[in-house]
Design a protein around this ligand. Structure first.
Ligand code: 4AD
Ligand code: MG
Length: 431
């Protein structure tokens, strides 16, 4: 008798007797037969039992088994070409560890509010399982990409004394009698890191008090942010391009079954190859004009604008040189057109909009001081950041990828809330 086996490893145990520990996902019977769908987190397998093959007691256990009861199933692994895993289990014995109460999530349809209220249970469903495994693959690919290129992981603090991405979306907390904010981005700290280590990245949760209920805004999301010394905007775009290609490739290689399970059309993902188109803000505005879309030159693109612009291309699109006025204080102005920032947004194809924001940073002390003033930010809180321009300032660039936005696109979902285990939205803090 073999010890416990995970369903994901079942192919290594063909014709052997194994023990599976898991939960009942679903069941059906046809008189003398029970078909039990057993899940153990790593996969789902069908266990089949014939009335005559086991004792009456064991057969009755199958009968009383409720959805999500925890069970230990023993049986022989046999090949079955029709089964999703290629195998099924000829059940010999079943132990019920806990008979579940009536499970609130039945195989029938439920509304998204109900499912989100039961997120702690909904995670068990095969679709949510697949999405979060793809998220894991994306995170792993992000880390491997930077780790394999000599980047040093530098963790940024969560409590911060200053704003990085504007003061309108700050979460304020009391910090022993003074004010602290939950970080909006690790970028400013990565700039310090880049001057110390050359190339660095951080990966962690970031917070924005987004007062909008959209399908692409969380109040707590995870961002991976590289920062590189002696890198200009073009180099930054090259890095972002290689990075996204690497991530998509890795998901296609390692999570093909999960993409299939969620019925993602992979043809658009297979087109994610070099080079990505690169257009300026002005060129992007021209696309909107050509399509007769009302747009005020100089303002930021809304989600529908981004959909139209990226709809012209079948690969991720790099849009650079937005008006400096609508961008963050730390961005370097383009010397050739000072009203534009040396920044870049990457828009995902298929209408998914911005997944990356970044660019070249202002490296001149006086200019940066002026910008902090223009943006009405408290200079004292940025003195440490200004030091980076006082002691060996160099051109440097970086960007941030929002993990949930990237996973939403890669999975082809229409709302980002399913790409994070426990989403935090303006109207959701539970469970
Ligand atoms: O464009 P953003 O605001 O850029 C920054 O924070 C820079 N400091 C990053 C850097 O250069 N190091 O945010 C970067 C990315 C966006 O492109 C988007 O993918 C994601 O973070 N993002 C959000 N994702 C989910 N919910 C939100 N509310 C998000 N806000 C930004
Ligand atoms: Mg942005």
């Amino acid at each position: 008798m073999k010890d416990r086996v995970y369903i994901s490893d079942i192919s290594k145990h063909a014709d052997q007797e194994v023990k599976i520990q898991g939960w009942l996902y679903n069941k059906r019977s046809s008189g003398k037969l029970w078909f039990l769908q057993v899940r153990d987190g790593s996969g789902i397998i069908q266990a089949v039992v014939f009335k005559g093959d086991v004792s009456e007691e064991i057969f009755q256990r199958c009968e009383k088994l409720t959805q999500e009861s925890s069970i230990v199933v023993t049986g022989k692994v046999s090949e079955d070409k029709r089964a999703p895993s290629g195998f099924e289990l000829q059940m010999k014995d079943i132990q019920i560890m806990h008979l579940a109460e009536e499970y609130p999530i039945s195989p029938k349809e439920h509304g998204s509010t109900f499912l989100m209220d039961h997120r702690h249970l909904w995670l068990r469903s095969s679709k949510q399982n697949a999405i979060l495994k793809i998220r894991h693959e994306v995170v792993r690919a992000c880390r491997e990409f930077f780790d394999s290129q000599g980047f040093v992981l530098i963790d940024a603090p969560i409590f911060t004394p200053n704003a990085c991405e504007g003061t309108t979306t700050l979460f304020e907390t009391d910090y022993f009698g003074s004010k602290a904010y939950l970080t909006q981005s690790g970028q400013l700290y990565m700039e310090a890191g880049a001057m110390a280590f050359g190339k660095v990245y951080c990966f962690g949760p970031t917070f924005r008090a987004e007062k909008s209920k959209t399908r692409r805004h969380l109040t707590e999301f995870w961002m991976i942010e590289p920062e590189v010394a002696f890198l200009d905007l073009d180099g930054d775009m090259d890095l972002a391009e290689d990075f996204i290609i690497y991530i998509v490739q890795r998901v296609l290689e390692n999570r093909r079954a999960e993409l299939e399970l969620i019925e993602r059309d992979i043809a658009p993902l297979q087109k994610v190859t070099k080079p990505f188109p690169r257009i300026s803000y002005d060129e992007a505005v021209a696309i909107l004009k050509k399509k007769n879309i009302e747009f005020e030159y100089g303002s930021d693109f809304g989600a529908p604008d981004e959909t139209v612009i990226s709809g012209e291309f079948d690969k991720p699109l790099l849009v650079h040189r937005y008006p400096a006025r609508i961008k963050a204080f730390y961005m370097k102005s383009d010397p050739e057109q000072p009203d534009k920032a040396l920044c870049v947004d990457m828009l995902a194809p298929e209408g998914y909009g911005e997944i990356i924001g970044g660019g070249q940073r202002e490296d001149d002390l006086e200019t940066l001081e002026k910008k902090i003033k223009e943006h009405d930010l408290p200079k004292e809180a940025f003195e440490w950041f200004l030091d980076l321009r006082r002691y060996g300032s160099v051109p440097h660039s970086g960007f941030g990828l929002g993990i949930e936005r990237a996973v939403t696109w890669i999975c082809g979902l229409n709302h980002l809330r399913e790409t994070i285990p426990f989403p935090r939205l303006m109207n959701r803090l539970n469970p």
